[in-house]
Design a protein around this ligand. Structure first.
Ligand SMILES: Cc1ncc(COP(=O)(O)O)c(C=O)c1O
Length: 389
């Protein structure tokens, strides 16, 4: 059981802010911010390299904490600067050839879809995009039915940036495995709010970011790379950290997910992300997921009673992300009005969801994204403010 009083006390801004922008960037626990600033101070006092030597154990703590959260091996985890870089590195390591097909869906994250369009234009890779159903869900059977002899990979976003429905990645993973396809999961919006057990989710790659539901610092992310898949894949670029320079003309790529990392990194950020993961592990993903879902259901229910408000999640698979429109008020104006009242939300722009918001709704939508440290009172206050706006 999560102690709401404790997690709110650990999150100082809860005193003056209703933060419903956890899908953008969550509030870090104070221990995370302290770990980051302490390391920056150490760098100032000792020098960057010397500080890193001193903090070796805190830096390395990132790997076992993330492995514990995801139920995988430490050697399958790479520290990355962002989820986008992680996803691109995985995709580019597949060395797709002209005519190879990649299956994806209409909820795919904008930057991922742009990378696929780029591969399609530059290398002749064929992109097959599965539409979601009326309930906002991508039917795994439609993915299975779209596989051909040329299909090499399936890429799916677990929870989209612009829509909170949770997609069936476990079922899709089984389909990918049965058909010998590489399965890439974007778990950017789910990791830290939904339990992800990589012993059950059969994916080859899964990427995430630090700043969202994991409550880590900005400029941090990770790539999970399945041990067996990784052995035969060459990353799109290497350096002296991911490979050994064996002789003047030879190199060996290191074993494991380290092959996707670069030597230089935001060390303070990595320490902070390790702390954030430790915090999440100490609360337990089961408790976190249950509480986020409870709050999201409550928000969803209360929003149904406001005239002129339309909620866009249509499935029963709710996450902490709730998207909505208010009749006669632009999402951007709503967001600004709410911010002046001490409520942080964000706008999912149709420009960044061409296959979804742009073609289905033709408008930007307001995104309220809840985390376990939010309270029922905050949910009710948000609904009241929205009703009065
Ligand atoms: C679903 C999804 N994937 C990927 C990203 C990109 O993450 P990053 O900014 O760490 O590259 C986001 C960010 O909003 C996202 O919502």
């Amino acid at each position: 059981m999560i102690s709401l009083a404790q997690v709110r006390a650990d999150t100082p801004a809860c005193e003056h802010l209703i933060h419903f922008n956890n899908a953008g960037c969550a509030l870090s626990p104070a221990a995370v911010t302290t770990a980051v600033t302490n390391h920056l101070r150490l760098e100032q006092e000792l020098g960057g390299y010397e500080a890193a030597n001193e903090a070796e154990r805190n830096i390395a703590a990132f790997y076992p904490e993330l492995a514990k959260l995801l139920h995988c091996d430490e050697s399958e985890i790479a520290f990355m600067e962002s989820a986008t870089r992680a996803w691109q590195s995985a995709l580019l390591s597949l060395d797709l050839q002209p005519g190879d097909q990649v299956l994806t869906a209409d909820n795919e994250y904008a930057s991922n879809y742009l990378s696929l369009l780029y591969l399609s234009r530059r290398h002749g890779v064929e992109l097959i995009t599965i539409p979601s159903g009326d309930d906002g869900l991508i039917d795994p059977q439609r993915i299975a039915d779209s596989i051909t002899a040329k299909t090499r990979a399936v890429a799916l976003t677990h929870v989209a940036s612009q829509r909170g429905d949770v997609q069936a990645i476990t079922e899709v993973g089984e389909i990918a495995l049965e058909n010998g396809l590489v399965f890439l999961v974007d778990a950017c919006q789910s990791v830290g709010q939904i339990e992800l057990n990589l012993k059950q989710i059969k994916c080859d790659f899964l990427c995430g970011t630090g700043r969202k539901y994991l409550r880590g610092p900005r400029g941090t992310g990770f790539l999970y790379a399945n041990r067996e898949t990784t052995q035969s894949l060459v990353p799109p670029a290497i350096d002296l950290h991911s490979a050994n320079w064996a002789s003047p003309s030879e190199f060996e790529i290191k074993a494991g997910a380290i092959r996707f990392e670069s030597w230089e990194r935001n060390v303070a950020g990595m320490i902070g992300l390790g702390k954030a993961l430790k915090y999440a592990n100490s609360l337990g993903m089961e408790s976190i997921e249950a509480r986020v879902r409870l709050l999201a259901e409550s928000l969803n229910r209360q929003l149904q009673s406001i005239d002129g408000v339309e909620v866009h999640e249509r499935s029963a698979n709710l996450s902490g992300i709730v998207t909505l429109s208010r009749v006669n008020t632009e999402a951007g104006t709503l967001r600004e009005n709410l911010q002046t009242l001490g409520v942080n939300t964000s706008v999912a722009k149709k420009q960044n969801a061409r296959l979804d918001l742009d073609s289905v709704l033709d408008r930007d939508v307001l995104r309220a994204s809840l985390h376990y440290y939010n309270s029922e009172e905050e949910v009710t206050r948000f609904v009241d403010l929205l009703a009065a706006s």
